[in-house]
Design a protein around this ligand. Structure first.
Ligand code: SF4
Length: 181
């Protein structure tokens, strides 16, 4: 089986990518970044949901601190969702995942982010392929929301009773009531 590191932005969004990639024969290791999820109680809820979805699979937790993420993202606090702050956030998440994959000896990288109908899949896949290239990995270019993927993820996460968040993750999106899917 080919090993793949899947950057998972949240448990509901990871349901379909995990199911599809394993059905295709990939041995999936999950990666949870975490530093962009505020406040801490929310990060704990989302991480626990991820661990529940993972079952016996390995979940690697990102090593970046919330303080480091905030320092980088704060100058872009007023950007709307999908703007430059989110570009920076995706890059930090996907570079964190690429570093982790390199350390684990996993040569293939992918993300669940493209399941959201509110996120630009081409933009995400471009950032992902740049992050992969930086660490000498291959990028698996996918758009998981295609063929009803998003609707399937909603149904699956309800069936599995996974925690579903009401905002994207960071304190800025919380204040604006931005949603992520
Ligand atoms: S809105 Fe979401 S993607 Fe954008 S910076 Fe905040 S956590 Fe990251």
């Amino acid at each position: 089986m080919k090993r793949l590191l899947l950057h998972a932005c949240c448990a509901p969004d990871a349901t379909v990518p995990l199911e599809d990639l394993e059905a295709e024969g990939y041995a999936v290791t999950l990666y949870w970044y975490g530093a962009n999820i505020h406040p801490q109680g929310e990060e704990v809820k989302r991480r626990e949901a991820m661990l529940r979805l993972a079952g016996g699979r390995t979940v690697i937790t990102g090593d970046e601190s919330v303080a480091a993420w905030m320092e980088a993202a704060s100058p872009l606090a007023s950007e709307p969702e999908g703007g430059r702050r989110c570009g920076l956030c995706f890059r930090r998440q996907l570079e964190g995942a690429a570093r982790a994959a390199k350390e684990e000896g996993i040569g293939l990288l992918c993300t669940t982010l493209t399941i959201s109908p509110h996120k630009k899949a081409d933009f995400i896949n471009t950032i992902g392929s740049e992050a992969a290239e930086k660490y000498g990995l291959k990028w698996l270019d996918r758009v998981f929301r295609k063929k009803g993927g998003f609707q399937r993820s909603v149904a699956l996460s309800r069936e599995l009773e996974l925690y579903r968040q009401s905002y994207c993750g960071c304190v800025f999106s919380l204040r604006r009531g931005e949603i992520n899917d």
